[in-house]
Write a protein that binds this ligand. Structure first.
Ligand code: SF4
Length: 337
C-alpha cells in the first residue's frame, strides 16, 4: 500500500489528514470521510493509489472544458470514493462504492502516460470521482505527463486544502471546479461540506496560474433563484475574472434526489442572460444539447467564434485568439504540455 502525503501524526497513533478541508482526525484502523485514506498503526496510507475504476478517451469538451485545448482528446481516469456525500451524485456507483480498492485494476503512472500518448490525447484528466483524494497518484502521473508534453486536468469539487493545492501546482494546469450553489446551507445539507473552502481554493488556483472553468448544476427549487445565481456570477467576475468560463448545467434526478424534475431550459436561458448582463464574458449551458448557448460568441460583437455540437468544437470567426469580425480577444489555452 502507498504511504500518503499531506498528514501529520497526532496523539495515540491518530493521523490528521490535511488533504481536504474536512481535515479528518483518523484513529488507528480507521479511514477518513472519503473512505480511501486509512490509518494503519499510526501511518496514513492512500488505499486507492494506482487503482482505476474508469478509463476513457474523452473529448475535453465533456469535462466540460471549453477554453482549454478545444477540440482535443483527454485521457480520463477515475477511482473510487469521495469526500463529499452529495444527495444528487451522478457517479454514486464509484463515489460511494464499498468495493475493496485492491480488487480494482492497477495502472502504474508510467503506463497511464504511455496510454494517453498512444491514444492521441493532449491531456490527462482525473475525473469521474474526486481527484483530490487520489493526490499521490495524480501527482506522480502528472509530473510524468508534463515531461511528456501532456497537459493535466482536475475535475474537482474544490475542497482541497491550500497546502495540497500548492503541492499540485507545479504539475496541474486546469482546474475545472464545481461551485454547486452559492449558499453555505446548501453545502451543509446537500453535500456534507462547506462553501467557503471551495471559493478559497478557486481563488488560489487562479493565483497559482491554473486555467479555471466553473460548473454550476442548476437544481430546481434548491439553487436556481435569480438572487443566488446573480450573487454567484458577481463573485466569479470579481474574484476569478470576467473571462472565466462558467457552465450552468441541467439537473436530472439522480441517486437520493428524486423529488424534483429536470431543470427547464427556460430557467437555464434566463440564468445565461443574467450572467451576460452581470459581465460574464463566457457563460454556457450544459446538458441541454443541442443548444446555441453551448457555443462561444464574441463578447463584444456577438459573432459565433467556436461552434459546438455535442462534444465537438469547430472554430468559426476566430483566429489567433481574436474575433475575426471585430478583433476582440477570445481567451483560451491552445498549447498542451
Ligand atoms: S482527504 Fe479529506 S475526507 Fe479524506 S481523510 Fe483526508 S481530510 Fe478526510
Amino acid at each position: 500500500m502507498h504511504r500518503a502525503l499531506q498528514w501529520s501524526p497526532a496523539d495515540e497513533g491518530a493521523a490528521k489528514c490535511s488533504l481536504c478541508n474536512h481535515r479528518c482526525m483518523i484513529r488507528k484502523g480507521k479511514t477518513g470521510i472519503c473512505g480511501v485514506r486509512e490509518n494503519r498503526d499510526g501511518i496514513l496510507y492512500a488505499t486507492t493509489y494506482g487503482r482505476v475504476s474508469a478509463e476513457a478517451v474523452d473529448p475535453i469538451e465533456k469535462k466540460p472544458l471549453y477554453h482549454f485545448l478545444p477540440g482535443t482528446l483527454s485521457y480520463s481516469l477515475g477511482s473510487i470514493g469521495c469526500n463529499f456525500h452529495c444527495e444528487h451524485c451522478q457517479n454514486w456507483h464509484i463515489s460511494r462504492s464499498e468495493r475493496d480498492p485492491g480488487g480494482l485494476p492497477h495502472l502504474p503512472p508510467e503506463e497511464g502516460v504511455r496510454r494517453a500518448r498512444a491514444s492521441g490525447c493532449s491531456s490527462i484528466s482525473w475525473t469521474y470521482n474526486e481527484p483530490t483524494i487520489w493526490h499521490e497518484y495524480t501527482l506522480a502521473m502528472g509530473d510524468l505527463a508534463r515531461k511528456a508534453s501532456l497537459s493535466t486536468v482536475y475535475v474537482t469539487n474544490g475542497y482541497i486544502t491550500e497546502e495540497a493545492l500548492r503541492e499540485l501546482s507545479p504539475m496541474l494546469q486546469a482546474y475545472r471546479v464545481d461551485i454547486k450553489a452559492f449558499s453555505e446551507e446548501f453545502y451543509k445539507k446537500v453535500c456534507g461540506a462547506r462553501l467557503q473552502p471551495v471559493l478559497d481554493s478557486a481563488v488560489l488556483a487562479r493565483e497559482l496560474g491554473m486555467h479555471i472553468e466553473v460548473v454550476n448544476l442548476v437544481i430546481p427549487g434548491l439553487n436556481d433563484s435569480p438572487e443566488e445565481t446573480g450573487a454567484l456570477v458577481k463573485w466569479i467576475v470579481e474574484n476569478l475574472g470576467e473571462s472565466t468560463p462558467v457552465h450552468f448545467t441541467r439537473f436530472h434526478p439522480e441517486y437520493h434526489m428524486q423529488d424534483r424534475g429536470v431543470t427547464p431550459p427556460s430557467v437555464l436561458e434566463k440564468i445565461y442572460r443574467q450572467a451576460r448582463d452581470l459581465g460574464l464574458r463566457f457563460p454556457y449551458l450544459g446538458n441541454v444539447f443541442p443548444h446555441p448557448f453551448e457555443n462561444t460568441y464574441c463578447p463584444r460583437c456577438g459573432a459565433l467564434c467556436i461552434e459546438r455540437r455535442g462534444f465537438s468544437a469547430a472554430f468559426r470567426n476566430c483566429s489567433g485568439h481574436a474575433c475575426t469580425k471585430c478583433g476582440e480577444t477570445i481567451e483560451y489555452v491552445d498549447t498542451p504540455g
